[in-house]
Write a protein that binds this ligand. Structure first.
Ligand SMILES: Nc1nc2c(c(=O)[nH]1)N[C@H]1C(S)=C(S)[C@@H](COP(=O)(O)O)O[C@H]1N2
Ligand SMILES: [Mo]
Length: 259
């Protein structure tokens, strides 16, 4: 389990992209994921990949997995409201835990997946292109009291997990611990929340590639939960049996952080 970096201070909210960008070196700017230079090209490349990468079919792991995913989808009927695209606006940048100036470039980015009893997987972003793309407009809510309607682009997190056969067949492994490359920010979820039909693995926001500040190259968007659970710079998924703590629950926040 990833140990959050010790950080006793209050959340450094209120940062903004511009301030952060000024602090980034030229090298880290280039390495900072889908940054302005070259980022759009990578994004278009991801989108234009043929949908024939030899993906295992969804539900390949068989009947037991079907049941678990079905249970997840049908036991969590609560849907967040969706909004008209014209209502979407700029989201502030809020929270830099887990950011580092040495982030891998988008082309080298991988999501590592670990589960007891299974060989570790390393999923490159190119593998996402075979999944059905979705865009959805949700109200993003921070626990501090502000909210913003945002149009997100990417993939259903449940599609990602099932189509790539990432959910371990052992039903005891019902929690996920997600983290940034350096483990500086972590988010714990139960499997039903991860596979909720509105839970998205996003690489685009309001029609443009995600900026580094908003979590490029990939972040989670969970409209049935507060912002704290919407992890930016996602690079690791660990399936575990015992309900894990995460960055904010370790500091006293509600584990579900649901809306
Ligand atoms: N890696 C990481 N993800 C994070 C945070 C963070 O500090 N680090 N902050 C969370 C909080 S509290 C909020 S409100 C949202 C803010 O997302 P935004 O910066 O795209 O507005 O990111 C969430 N995800
Ligand atoms: Mo937040």
């Amino acid at each position: 389990m990833t140990t959050p970096r010790p950080d006793p201070g209050p959340p450094p909210e209120g940062d903004d992209d511009a301030r952060r960008m000024r602090r980034m070196t030229r090298r880290s700017f280039a390495a900072g994921g889908l940054a302005a230079l070259g980022g759009f090209g990578t994004w278009k490349w991801l989108q234009s990949r043929p949908a024939a990468d030899g993906l295992p079919g969804p539900f390949r792991a068989g009947h037991e997995l079907n049941e678990r995913v079905g249970r997840a989808l049908f036991s969590d009927r609560h849907l967040a409201p969706e909004f008209d695209r014209s209502l979407a606006g700029d989201l502030r940048v809020n929270g830099w835990h887990g950011w580092s100036d040495d982030m891998p470039a988008a082309a080298d980015w991988a999501i590592e997946v670990e589960a007891p009893g299974r060989p570790p997987r390393r999923v490159g972003l190119g593998e996402l292109a075979a999944l059905p793309r979705v865009e959805a407009v949700f109200e993003f809510k921070c626990i501090e009291g502000w909210s913003q309607v945002v149009a997100w682009g990417g993939y259903r997190f449940g599609d990602f997990l099932t189509a790539l056969d990432l959910i371990p067949p052992d039903p005891a492994l019902q929690y996920l611990l997600l983290s940034t490359p350096d483990g500086g920010y972590t988010v714990a979820l139960d499997l039903p929340s991860a596979t909720h039909p509105q839970s998205l693995l996003c690489d685009a926001m309001n029609g443009a590639p995600l900026t580094p500040g908003h979590g490029a190259p990939v972040r989670l968007v969970l409209p049935v939960k507060y912002g704290v659970k919407n992890i930016k710079w996602l690079s690791k998924i660990q399936f575990v049996a015992a309900r894990p703590t995460d960055y904010w629950t370790a500091r006293g926040y509600d584990w579900y952080a649901g809306l």
